[in-house]
Design a protein around this ligand. Sequence first.
Ligand code: NAD
Length: 239
Amino acid sequence: MARLALVTGGARGLGAAISIALKNAGYRVVAVDVNEQTGKEFTEASGIPVYLVDVSDFNATKEGIAKIVADHGPIEIVVNNAGITRDAFLHKMTVEQWDAVIKVNLSSMFNVTRQVIESMRASGFGRIINISSVNGQVGQFGQANYSAAKAGVLGFTRAVAQEGAAKGITVNAICPGYINTEMVAKIDAKVLASIVAKIPTGRLGEPKEIARTVVFLAADEAQFVNGATFSINGAQFTT
Ligand code: NAD
């Protein structure tokens, strides 16, 4: 049977493109999301089941993933993609804005990965692909919460990569630059134009351009690619 992949925040934007690309590559795919309507529409369009799971909540994630495993079997590939922004300069940022971004973007890495890591270790195979951001690498005005969470994702990736390497598990991070999704559509038009002006490729990235790297990392053959960070940003910034 084809390997089972789980994509968080998988009903829209990058997550939807990743879910579809993995399905097209022959994997069985399940998505989780918090947006019921988007989830329904995505399942109708793609045939990919979407479970309603808030990955910022440890117990809800534990329960949701247990149901997915009961319905579909052990999860062998995880794409930790769910993320939000709550932008504000630090001197105006509320504790609610800070906590929400840390919980959805960073704590979710633990909440989700903790549920699957034991079965991956037992089976001797696992692929964990974490979506960070260029703004976790360089920082960004108005995004102390988001930049901190996304930088945290990189540390999490490298630590868990070391722990799982001898057990056939790889853990890698992708740092997208600015990609054409609803998250970016929220940015003020003038600010966005000034951002695009600084991208050497001269345009936003497309979700499928990130999904392509996810499919590469999910492959059985990608075993030695481990603990790495992939910057995909149109030459905006490279490590
Ligand atoms: P998006 O807002 O279009 O989609 C995010 C999806 O995650 C939505 O379907 C949303 O309902 C879901 N989600 C939000 N909170 C959730 C939760 N608690 N539990 C489960 N699902 C939840 O965003 P996007 O642009 O597709 O971004 C996807 C990921 O890529 C995020 O982690 C984001 O930070 C990262 N990223 C995006 C860009 C970009 O330019 N779009 C750049 C760098 C990194």
